[in-house]
Every structure is written in C-alpha cells, then in structure tokens.
Design a protein around this ligand. Structure first.
Ligand SMILES: Cc1cc2nc3c(=O)[nH]c(=O)nc-3n(C[C@H](O)[C@H](O)[C@H](O)COP(=O)(O)OP(=O)(O)OC[C@H]3O[C@@H](n4cnc5c(N)ncnc54)[C@H](O)[C@@H]3O)c2cc1C
Length: 201
C-alpha cells in the first residue's frame, strides 16, 4: 500500500486507493464514484503541510501531478494554472515573460492549489490567495463549478483559503497577479491589479 509522508516526515498515512486523473472529467467521475460509495477523498499537493490537514488514512487520495498547465496571459498580466502546477515552475514561466508573483514563500516546491488553499505567504502583502480572480473546481458531489466574486461569492471566498475543507478537489488553475520585474529583479514601481484564476486553460 502506498504511503503518503509529509515533507518533514512527521506524519505518514496509508490511503486506500491513489487516483491520478489526467483531466477534469476524470476528476468528476472519481469524485462522483467515491461520493456514491460513501467513502472520502482527499486531494494532496506536495505534502509540505505538517499538520493533519492532509490526513488520508484509509481514504481515497487524489494526486494532480499530471495536471500542471501554466498559461501566461502576458498582456493582461495574468496567469492561469492548474492546481497541480508547482510554484517554482510558475515563477520560472512568469520570469520568461518579465512577470512575477507579488508575494511568495521561502520555498517554492508547493503546488498552486496547496499553496493558496493554506494561505501560504511570504513576508509582505497581499496574500497570494486573495489575488485569485476565478476558480474552477469539482465539488464534493462531482459537479464542476465556476467561482468568482460575482458568481457564488461566498463559496468563492471560502474556497480561496479552504484549509483542507474543500470537499475534494479543485482542479484548476489559478493565478496570480504580479508586478512586472526589471532586469535587476527589482519590482517595478507600480504593482498590477492582482488576479488569479483557477480553471481549464
Ligand atoms: C520547509 C518549509 C518552508 C515553508 N515556508 C513557508 C513560508 O515561507 N510561508 C508560508 O506561509 N508557509 C510556509 N510553509 C508551509 C507550506 O508552504 C504549505 O504547507 C504549503 O504551501 C502547502 O502546499 P502543498 O502543495 O505542499 O500542499 P499540501 O500540504 O499537500 O496540501 C495542503 C492542503 O491543500 C489541500 N489540497 C492540495 N491540493 C488540492 C487540490 N488540488 N484540491 C483541493 N485541495 C487541495 C490538501 O488536501 C491539504 O488540505 C513551509 C513549509 C515547509 C515544510
């Protein structure tokens, strides 16, 4: 049986079944099946969280490591990523477009979904989670939902920093907005309007 170990090695769980969906439809099918069976399912990112927020003992584990598309809309200064995208890849891709995230943590091996869902932050503001503009997710019944401040605003707000309470998974992409960076790596004098998007690229 596959073991899930946190990055620090302080917690280990044995999920019953590990799922590695390739697209949103597969996620929805898995979630629907698991919900109908009465079992539980947990999406896990890079496993950096050291608490029981990733607890998946005897449950279904959902890995999104095949879903890490990063789509930069350079003119709009937005990036749309899938939930399994790794923060260092997002940062590197943005740099190629002379863009950057506004506020990042001390390490960047987290996934976009895990990073924003836990309210991960660096030493400044704004919190990256608050820069999310839209999200697309599969809810606990297998239904695909588009969330934004104007569409289902309360769920949108809660989903941005869900602390592991998002029923199953969000499949996604997100975004983050970012100030442009100069050649020296300094921020430009004016930050851009933040935004982040989760959904199908
Ligand atoms: C060495 C180290 C340094 C750190 N530095 C910082 C720092 O500078 N600033 C800071 O704020 N934090 C910091 N942290 C905390 C860490 O950044 C967060 O725990 C991390 O961002 C979580 O990302 P992850 O991809 O590892 O998610 P995980 O830990 O794998 O998951 C976190 C939560 O998100 C949920 N989740 C993951 N993916 C999905 C998905 N696709 N859909 C729905 N739910 C999902 C999981 O179920 C879980 O509840 C640090 C941690 C370590 C070990």
């Amino acid at each position: 049986m596959k073991k899930l170990k946190s990055w620090a090695g302080n917690v280990t769980w044995r999920p019953k079944i590990v799922h590695r969906p390739r697209d949103e439809q597969e996620i929805a099918e898995i979630v629907t099946r698991v919900a109908e069976s009465g079992d539980r399912l947990k999406a896990v990112g890079s496993g950096l969280s050291w608490s029981d927020i990733n607890e998946v003992e005897g449950q279904h584990l959902l890995l999104l490591d095949w879903m890490r598309t990063i789509d930069v809309q350079a003119d709009a200064r937005r990036v749309r990523v899938q939930g399994g995208a790794v923060m260092s890849d997002i940062q590197r891709t943005l740099t190629e477009h002379r863009l950057a995230l506004d506020n990042i943590g001390s390490i960047l091996t987290q996934t976009a979904a895990g990073y924003t869902g836990t309210g991960t932050h660096g030493s400044g503001t704004p919190l990256l989670s608050t820069c999310i503009e839209e999200m697309r997710l599969v809810d606990g019944s297998g239904r695909v939902r588009e969330l934004s401040p104007s569409s289902e605003p309360e769920i949108f707000s809660a989903a941005r920093v869900h602390l592991g309470c998002l029923a199953s998974l969000r499949r996604s992409r997100s975004v983050v907005a970012m100030p442009s960076i100069s050649r020296s790596g300094e921020r430009s004098s004016r930050s851009i309007e933040p935004l982040l998007i989760w959904g199908e690229p």
